[in-house]
Design a protein around this ligand. Structure first.
Ligand SMILES: C[S@@+](CC[C@H](N)C(=O)[O-])C[C@H]1O[C@@H](n2cnc3c(N)ncnc32)[C@H](O)[C@@H]1O
Length: 208
């Protein structure tokens, strides 16, 4: 076998091994998805989950992030939203809805009544077979969440959202920078290396 092929093959096994590790670990700990580890890492880095945090989890199915949140947030309100029905989690109010619809946004605002500390979005558009189109569609979801957070988050609130390092990445980054004082990016170790996914962490809304 040629050396380059051998290297590629050993990288493949390394990546697969890491993936299986997170998968096994999530099963062991009772998490519904390996995505739980991404939120755990994000929170270790930025420390936005507190006992009394009021939090919205958008794109929550099957519930890995909501499970992590519900273990830490014991006295705050938690609302989770997805197009797909999520099985119940203690202390989490779930609504099956399209986040992009105006009536969903009214329902969220009505639930939190201007008292929302953290918005999480792990929303991803359905895959189409075209990586560049998928990335654009997911980044549009991210841009929608950024705009929404401007009117719903508390002034010192935090937004954490998935986006892709695609062609419109700069545009979404600039939108975030126009609305928040602090904008960071973080790719958790539990996120697949070959994926262009990263996470935006924003805090302190600008007074416009
Ligand atoms: C990567 S999964 C989320 C995994 C989740 N964070 C977890 O820990 O289990 C992305 C989710 O985004 C949801 N989604 C995509 N577009 C949406 C929309 N417009 N409104 C609500 N949910 C949406 C999908 O249904 C999908 O379940």
């Amino acid at each position: 076998m040629k050396k380059s092929k051998r290297v590629k093959k050993s990288n493949y096994w390394k990546v697969k091994h890491n993936r299986d590790q997170f998968f096994k670990e999530s099963k062991k700990l009772g998490y519904r998805s390996r995505a739980s580890f991404k939120l755990i890492e994000l929170n270790q880095k930025f420390k936005f989950l507190k006992k009394s945090t009021n939090l919205l989890d958008i794109g929550s199915y099957p519930g890995g992030w909501s499970q992590v949140v519900s273990k830490i947030v014991t006295s705050g309100k938690i609302m989770s939203i997805d197009l797909k029905k999520m099985d119940p989690i203690d202390k989490v109010k779930f609504i099956k809805a399209d986040f992009l619809e105006v009536k969903t946004k009214y329902e969220i605002s009505d639930y939190f009544k201007k008292n929302l500390d953290v918005i999480l979005s792990d929303m991803a558009a359905d895959t189409t077979g075209s990586k560049s189109l998928d990335s654009i569609r997911t980044n549009q979801l991210c841009a929608d969440v950024i705009n929404f957070s401007r009117n719903t988050l508390k002034p010192k609130g935090v937004l954490v959202a998935k986006l892709f390092m695609g062609e419109d990445f700069e545009e979404v980054k600039n939108l975030a920078k126009s609305l928040f004082e602090k904008v960071n990016f973080f790719k958790p170790k539990s996120s697949k290396k070959e994926s262009k996914e990263t996470y935006l962490h924003c805090e302190f809304l600008k007074t416009l």
